[in-house]
Design a protein around this ligand. Structure first.
Ligand code: SAM
Ligand code: GLN
Length: 279
C-alpha cells in the first residue's frame, strides 16, 4: 500500500494533493495534517485513473470530474468550460447588489456555475434565473449540476443563441462569454484544447476576441427592464473596448472591476432606457 505522500508525488506541484482531496472528499489543508492516512482500494483506483488521464494531457479538473467554484462542487467534463476562479469575481460583483425578487439571465451558462451559484448565494432570493446556452451538451451538464446541488428551483434552462433566446426582459443580465482571440490559440496552454471551442474563442483571428460583446451589448437592451443591469466578464485587455460598446449603446454608470491580481475582469453597466441617454 502506498502512503499519501507517495501517491501525491505521482502528479506535479500541488496537483496530487488536490486530486487526493477530491477523492477523499476533504481539503488539501486537512489532508496535509493526515499524512498517515491510507486509501481504500476503490479510492486508490480512482486516484490512479486521475493520474493516468492527467499524464495523458487532460486538464486536472476533467480528470477529477468535479471542481469547486465559489465554495460549491460542480461536475465538470468536456461538455462545458471548466469554471475559472476569475469568474468568482463576476459572481461576487453581481452578489453585491440586492437580487431579491429579481429576474436574472445568465447567457452562456456552461456548467451552470454562475446561475446556480447566484441561486444558492443570493439572499433574499431572485424570483427567476434564466440560464441559456447554445450548446445542448453544456446544458445537459448544467442540469445535472442543478439537480445535484439542489439549486435549480428558480432556474429555467434554455437552449438558444445569445440574448434572443430569453423569453422576457429581465432585471439583471450576467455573462461570461467567449472572449479569447483565436489568433492567440497557439500560445495558450495545451489543456485548453480539451474544452469546447465555442466556449473560449470569439470572432475572427486578430479581431481581439470582442465579437460577442459587440453583438450582445446592443441586443441586451431589448431584454432589459428599466432600470436594468448588465455584468460581463472580460479579458484583461478588453475593458476599454467593452466600456465603449456600452457607452455607444446608451448605457450609464459603466464601471470596471478588477480581480485579485489587479487585472480588469468585469464591466458593469446600467440600462435606463433610450430616452434618458443624455441625462
Ligand atoms: N458561464 C460559464 C462559466 O463562466 O464557467 C461558461 C462560460 S464559457 C466562457 C461561454 C459559454 O457561452 C459556453 O458555454 C458556450 O457554449 C456559450 N456560448 C457561446 N456562444 C454562445 C451563443 N451565441 N449563445 C449562447 N451561448 C453561447
Ligand atoms: N478566462 C478564460 C481563459 O483565459 C477564458 C474564458 C472566456 O473566454 N470567457 O482561459
Amino acid at each position: 500500500m502506498r502512503s499519501l505522500v507517495e501517491l501525491a508525488a505521482l502528479l506535479e506541484k500541488d496537483e496530487g494533493m488536490l486530486a487526493l482531496s477530491y477523492v477523499l472528499d476533504t481539503t488539501p489543508g486537512a489532508l496535509r495534517a493526515r499524512r498517515d492516512l491510507f486509501l481504500t482500494e476503490a479510492q486508490e483506483a480512482r486516484y490512479l485513473e486521475i493520474v493516468r488521464r492527467r499524464r495523458a494531457g487532460e486538464p486536472l479538473q476533467y480528470a477529477i470530474g468535479e471542481w469547486e467554484f465559489y465554495g460549491h462542487v460542480f461536475r465538470v467534463d468536456e461538455r462545458a468550460l471548466i469554471p475559472r476562479p476569475e469568474t468568482e469575481i463576476l459572481v461576487e460583483t453581481v452578489l453585491s447588489r440586492d437580487l431579491g425578487g429579481k429576474h436574472i439571465a445568465d447567457i452562456g451558462t456552461g456548467t451552470g456555475a454562475i446561475a446556480l451559484t447566484l441561486s444558492l448565494e443570493a439572499h433574499p432570493a431572485p424570483a427567476m434565473i434564466y440560464a441559456t446556452d447554445l450548446s445542448a451538451a453544456a446544458l445537459s451538464l448544467a442540469r445535472e449540476n442543478g439537480a445535484q446541488l439542489e439549486a435549480d428551483a428558480v432556474v429555467q434552462w434554455i437552449e438558444g443563441d445569445g440574448p434572443g433566446a430569453l423569453p422576457e426582459p429581465v432585471d439583471v443580465i450576467v455573462s461570461n462569454p467567449p472572449y479569447i482571440d483565436p489568433a492567440e490559440e497557439p500560445s495558450l496552454q495545451p489543456e485548453l484544447s480539451y474544452e469546447p471551442r465555442e466556449a473560449l474563442y470569439s470572432g475572427a483571428p486578430g479581431a481581439g476576441g470582442l465579437a460577442h460583446y459587440a453583438s450582445w451589448i446592443g441586443a441586451f437592451r431589448e431584454k432589459l427592464r428599466t432600470p436594468g443591469w448588465v455584468f460581463l466578464e472580460i479579458g484583461d485587455r478588453q475593458a476599454e473596448a467593452v466600456s465603449g460598446f456600452f457607452r455607444d449603446a446608451g448605457y450609464q454608470e459603466i464601471t470596471v472591476h478588477k480581480d485579485y491580481a489587479g487585472r480588469d475582469r468585469v464591466v458593469a453597466a446600467q440600462w435606463m432606457g433610450l430616452g434618458r441617454k443624455h441625462v
